[in-house]
Each structure stands twice: as C-alpha cells, then as structure tokens.
Design a binder for this molecule. Sequence first.
Ligand SMILES: C[S@@+](CC[C@H](N)C(=O)[O-])C[C@H]1O[C@@H](n2cnc3c(N)ncnc32)[C@H](O)[C@@H]1O
Length: 258
Amino acid sequence: MPGPLFSPLKVLMQNFVFSSTRAGQKTMRRSVQRTWSEFRFDGNLKYQETHCTLPAQDHKLMSYRAPHLAVDFLSDNFSGSRGEARVLDVACGTGWIAKLMVELGFKHFVGVDGSQGMLDQAAKTGLYKELKLALLGTEPLPAQTGTFDVVIINGALDSGFAPVSVVRELCNAAKPGGFVCMSRGDHSGTAASEYKKDLERELQLMEEEGLWSPAGLNQTDRYMEDPHLSSERVKELPAEERYISGTVYLYKKSIHSN
Ligand SMILES: C[S@@+](CC[C@H](N)C(=O)[O-])C[C@H]1O[C@@H](n2cnc3c(N)ncnc32)[C@H](O)[C@@H]1O
C-alpha cells in the first residue's frame, strides 16, 4: 500500500516532465515547495519541523538519524580547520545539517535548495551566509568551481529529487582536496534501487576519471525510520524492523582537478 512518501514523490516525478521549459521550472519549484510542506505536516513524516525545534541532543534519541550519520561521518574524517572551512549544504532544507555542523566547529555555510519555503526556514537559523534557490537537475548548481572545503548533500539524492548527474556538480564545487559527503536512504521500490545503481556507477566512473577518490563509506541498517510505514504499523514492529538502511559516501576531490 502506498505510504505517505509515495504521493509527494509521485508529484515530483510527474513535474519533472515540465521541467525543461521556463514555465515548467516555475511549476516544478512550486511543486517541490508544496510537496515538502505536505511532508512537514504529515502525521508520520514530521521529521523536518520536529528536528528543527528540538535541541541536537534530543535528535539522537529520535528516528530520523540521517543528518547525524552524515555529519558525524564527515566530522570523523575531516582534518582541516573547521573554523575556516567553507561548507556548501546542497538541498539544505530547513538547515538541520548546518545546525549540527556548527556544534562541531564549522562556521561558514552556503545553502542551496529547490524550495523557497525551505530556504525561508533555513534563513531563520541565522547560520547561512548565503541561501540560493536552484532546482538541481534543471538548473545548474549555483556555486563557483573549486570554492568549497566541504560539499554535503543529505536526503535529496533519490528518484524524483536531484538526478544522479548532480554529483559531478557537487565535485566541481569542491576545492581540490576538499570533501564531498553524500548521504541517502534505501527507500523501497524499483525507481529507488535503480537510482542507487546509477549513482554508484557514476561515483565509480568519476573515480576512474581521476576526479576524486573515496575517503570513506558508512553503511547502516538504521538510516531512518521507514517513511512508508504508517504510525500504527510502526508501533507494532520491533525496533529493528522499523528502519531502512542507508549509506554515507565520502569522497575527496583530486588535488589535480581544476
Ligand atoms: C529530506 S529533505 C533534506 C533536507 C536537509 N538536507 C536535511 O538533512 O535535513 C530534502 C530536501 O531536498 C530538496 N530538494 C529535493 N529535490 C531537489 C532538487 N532537485 N533541487 C534542489 N533541492 C531539492 C527539498 O526541497 C528538501 O529541502
């Protein structure tokens, strides 16, 4: 039975059809915005607003672990100066990634998202030096080549969201020697599993092209609570069956690249 995630994804995918024209891009932007508003008000998917209003230590007790997994893994592998590092938070949503990273000493954030509503929420954190509206896949990533010490994307590399081609743009935005941290959950369905295969093929190809090298891979069985489950079903299931798996991919851009 389709869960609450199903209809927003479907709306997004349908709207990609229109996204090659200017009018289509506007429609698509509105659609992403509406879709994520629906997400936030959905009884079973209230992650976005819940996590923005709770202190960080409480997040660890909750089911949506994805931003913590990405940020902690990046932090464990990052050896540069956190206070000076420039961070590009792609698909920043409400700004949760920056909220976690600032606690670990990072200070300089630029955010990008396809939804103005999300950017408005992110602005309220007061953490971002700049926030840019761009619907990735139809518009280029608004970032200069080779400017960021860290490029991070959490929760948007999936079918109906940011296409796989975006990972080249993420790499392009990083400084030579900079990190690209990409985190995604294994949602159910053929489109999601095809996306994962395509993504991993592209990551490998970019490695073979000498654009970057792998700096770490963190696979987990508890990426986030399965958003396809109804709240009733969640209560019935033992903890280990409530979660979907997921992966944090960490790459270091080649020092010979641009
Ligand atoms: C699950 S939320 C994750 C937000 C944030 N990264 C976090 O970890 O809390 C996914 C975000 O991706 C954005 N998004 C989805 N597809 C996008 C696209 N093609 N271009 C830009 N942003 C997109 C949505 O607007 C939403 O803010």
